[in-house]
Design a protein around this ligand. Structure first.
Ligand SMILES: CC(C)(COP(=O)(O)OP(=O)(O)OC[C@H]1O[C@@H](n2cnc3c(N)ncnc32)[C@H](O)[C@@H]1OP(=O)(O)O)[C@@H](O)C(=O)NCCC(=O)NCCS
Length: 211
């Protein structure tokens, strides 16, 4: 898939979901760093660290790295790859089948609430399903309700385990080691991912014929 187009009905902005390009890196790195400075993460990443992670993901052949543009501005992205690349999660859930792991989803705060995370997630899961992945997995903070809503309420995944972690959080300019709780959700890649992606990107999917 080179690109898919949909339109946001509230604001009538053109939303484009497409594959990452090398020229997106500076903007995406900036958005990523801003996003993960927010609660519940409070994490501070170096530019080079994020670039190295993005480049690493791009080297794996199965990686799906999608970018959302809204009115031609890069607004967010989602990165997914085979769960076997994440042994610390894979070993906890011991899944059946081929599992697509949603490693990152992030949307510039100026463009939130427009359904971009949802369409980024549905789109990469639809692609994953077409490429033979049967199951999905994602890990997030127990205090990240949007990802829980999309994966559990909309896509039917279930929380299968929790992890207590300690991470370096920078709050009010002070770095501290603080505890956090992560949850891991798994499920089947549902048909809904395909049908919602199709519905979002192809107006004919909603049209009725009257001759
Ligand atoms: C999480 C994030 C990607 C969401 O982006 P977004 O584009 O604003 O999300 P969407 O507009 O697609 O909203 C998705 C759904 O979440 C729902 N939602 C919004 N706030 C919610 C809340 N507090 N609790 C539950 N659901 C919520 C929306 O109503 C929508 O569901 P609906 O269509 O069924 O009504 C964005 O907030 C972000 O980048 N956060 C920082 C980085 C991050 O935490 N990433 C996830 C790491 S695992």
């Amino acid at each position: 898939m080179e690109a898919i187009k949909t339109s946001n009905t509230t604001t009538r902005c053109l939303v484009l979901i497409r594959v990452i390009r090398r020229s997106d890196f500076p903007t995406l790195i900036n958005i990523y760093r801003q996003c993960f400075r927010e609660p519940p993460w409070f994490e501070e990443f170096e530019e080079n660290e994020v670039l190295a992670d993005f480049r690493q993901a791009c080297q794996w052949p199965e990686t799906i790295f999608l970018v959302a543009e809204i009115s031609k501005r890069v607004a967010g992205a989602a990165i997914a790859y085979d769960l076997c690349r994440k042994p610390e999660v894979n070993d906890l859930v011991l899944p059946d089948g081929r599992v697509i792991y949603t490693a990152e989803v992030f949307v510039d705060r100026r463009y939130r609430g427009n359904g971009l995370a949802k369409i980024l997630i549905f789109s990469h899961l639809a692609l994953a399903k077409i490429r033979g992945f049967t199951h999905l997995a994602v890990r997030t903070s127990v205090d990240q309700p949007v990802i829980q809503h999309i994966f559990c309420d909309l896509l039917g995944a279930q929380i299968v385990t929790e992890q207590n972690v300690v991470s370096t959080k920078v709050i009010d300019g002070v770095a501290r080691q603080l505890p956090d709780r992560r949850i891991i959700m798994i499920g089947k890649v549902p048909e809904l991912a395909l049908s919602q992606t199709l519905r979002a990107v192809w107006p004919a999917a909603q049209a009725t014929i009257s001759l």
